[in-house]
Design a protein around this ligand. Structure first.
Ligand SMILES: [Zn+2]
Length: 164
């Protein structure tokens, strides 16, 4: 289904470090998102003003901007119909939108078993062609990188708590 996920590598290097591509609020350069993503993620009425322009997803956790357009238009995270996991600290923090895994799932599994099989389970679903990242994930991209970071964080928290 999604070509971004089928290869297992989802990072596209489309971000050029120029002021034009940077989030007007935090200055970070986000990734381009397609029409399909903003139309499915944003509540009615919010996507239209971004449709005509190139627009990007801001990944900065502390920045309230969700999408910003080349013309300086921004849409904040409260315009999304889902919780934007990357910008939330309170549970539930969604990680995988296609198969509904959250940060709490990862933490629980790591606490119980010392590791997580969630990224492998997601990988298997992707191989079976059942992911729909471009419609379900606010970033419009595959979640596996975010899931792996969450696993790393959860393991580090265990070590910090003296339970390696
Ligand atoms: Zn930003």
């Amino acid at each position: 289904m999604s070509s971004c996920c089928s290869g297992g590598t989802c990072e596209k290097s489309d971000a050029r470090a120029s002021g034009e591509n940077a989030c007007p609020r935090c200055g970070a350069v986000g990734k381009l998102v397609g029409d399909e993503t903003i139309l499915s993620i944003l509540k009615p009425g919010h996507a239209e003003r971004l449709l005509a322009v190139e627009r990007r997803f801001c990944r900065t956790p502390s920045c309230a901007v969700l999408y910003y357009g080349a013309n300086g238009r921004v849409v904040e995270k409260d315009a999304a119909s889902v919780r934007v996991g990357l910008k939330e600290t309170e549970d539930p923090v969604p990680l995988c939108y296609c198969f509904e895994f959250t940060r709490a799932h990862v933490r629980q599994e790591v606490a119980e078993t010392g590791d997580s099989t969630i990224s492998d389970r997601i990988d298997a679903e992707i191989r079976a062609g059942r992911c729909a990242c471009e419609r379900k994930n606010p970033s419009g991209a595959c979640c596996l990188g975010d899931v792996r970071s969450a696993v790393k964080e959860a393991k580090a928290a265990l070590v910090a708590a003296g339970r390696p």
